[in-house]
Design a protein around this ligand. Structure first.
Ligand SMILES: Cc1ncc(C[n+]2csc(CCOP(=O)(O)OP(=O)(O)O)c2C)c(N)n1
Length: 365
């Protein structure tokens, strides 16, 4: 699967590559090549990870729901580059790539998808509920909009303690129509909380286009009723996302204000792994593939002489190995003990917590 989606060789001649290298600055305004290649690698890692997850799902290695970040890689890497390590992140259920880019090891993410005890949520969360306090990823939520009030609460805690972290709260376009969106934006603005609401506009909430669900389809404007400044960015462009998000993150930190960032990109597959996306026309499906952010970045890097065939091969191989290692790790990890089912339900032990499972005899010794 990963092989068929391998980036195409560009076939540029050496002299053209050299000439292009001289143009690198005009393409990228003095960006360091190693930084650009790191972004490229991160994006490719997320792509290959997700492809492998899709494969594992169809082989019944992964259960439950599974939503992929295919097509959103530039947005994810750009957003995570804008955060400091101490900043908090809340996401919806489409979050594998965010966890990896925020610093969780791909092994622990894959193991969680497989429901193994070595997973980042000890195997009890699954695809939609990745949680990593070490990297300050505070979930992974399956309820549309469920993450928003919690993100606002985290921002309130930051303000209450007088510290200088910010909260980023990611969501999909469809989420802007849920009540929690409006309640959360209202309180965040009223109480001057440092939270960046990021709307990933992939133009579709499950199978419903934005224009059919939002009276204001220009989503960055949807905070205006709450006096929240909104900005739209091309989510296919990792550098544009990084720069725009960095400005908002730093403004939230210094001005103690919420902001709304809309990043648009294309969902390359269906809503979840099991959705064949039959509601899309052939043209729409082709349009999504033509807007592949990795292919676009690869072309720019190649034009600038930063991504040579050799480097491309090297990165592709190391990414392939890392994903294979993550899948092997997951495959060979144990399932969690049933007796630990309630261990992570509450922060503190609960006096009458039941250890009895439905299949256990009621009067067991
Ligand atoms: C409260 C609630 N209502 C409905 C659902 C079912 N549901 C799951 S995903 C989804 C669409 C959300 O679309 P969007 O916010 O655009 O996010 P995307 O899937 O595009 O990332 C819906 C309606 C849900 N999980 N929670």
């Amino acid at each position: 699967m990963a092989d068929t989606a391998k980036p195409k060789a560009t076939g540029k001649t050496g002299s053209r590559r050299r000439a292009a290298r001289n143009n690198a600055d005009s393409h990228f305004n003095g960006e360091k090549p190693e930084v650009l290649l790191d972004y490229y690698r991160q994006m490719l890692l997320i792509r290959r990870f997700e492809e492998r997850a899709a494969q594992a799902y169809t082989q019944a290695r992964i259960g439950g729901y599974c939503h992929l970040n295919l097509g959103e890689e530039a947005t994810i890497v750009g957003l995570m580059e804008a955060l400091q390590e101490r900043d908090y992140l809340f996401t919806n259920y489409r979050e594998h790539g965010y966890a990896i880019a925020k610093g969780t090891h791909p092994r622990e993410v894959m193991a969680e998808l497989y429901g193994r005890s070595t997973g980042v949520s000890k195997g009890w969360g699954g695809s939609m509920h990745l949680f990593d306090a070490r990297t300050r990823l505070l979930g992974g939520y399956g309820i549309v909009g469920g993450q928003l009030p919690l993100a606002v609460g985290a921002a309130l805690a930051i303000t209450y303690r007088g510290s200088d972290e910010v909260v980023m709260c990611q969501m999909g376009d469809g989420t802007t129509n849920i009540g929690a969106f409006h309640e959360s934006l209202n309180i965040a603005s009223l109480w001057n909380l440092p939270v960046i609401f990021v709307v990933i506009n992939n133009f579709t909430g499950m199978g419903t286009p934005v224009e059919r669900s939002s009276a204001e389809p220009e989503l960055y404007k949807r905070g205006s009723a709450y006096r929240i400044e909104g900005v739209r960015v091309d989510g296919r462009d990792v550098l544009a996302v990084r720069d725009t998000a960095t400005t908002l993150v730093e403004r939230a930190r210094s001005e103690h204000r919420p902001f709304l960032l809309e990043a648009f990109s294309y969902r390359m597959k269906g809503h979840s792994v099991v959705d064949p996306a039959k509601y899309r026309t052939k043209e729409e499906a082709e349009e999504a593939l033509a807007n592949d952010p990795i292919a676009m970045f690869e072309e720019r890097l190649t034009e600038a002489g930063i991504l040579t065939d050799e480097i491309k091969k090297e990165i592709a191989e190391s990414v392939k190995a890392e994903v294979a290692d993550a899948a092997d790790f997951a495959e060979n990890s144990p399932h969690p003990e049933v007796s630990t089912l309630f261990d992570y339900t509450y922060a503190t032990p609960v006096a009458n917590e039941s250890r009895r499972m439905p299949a256990d005899p009621v009067f067991a010794e």
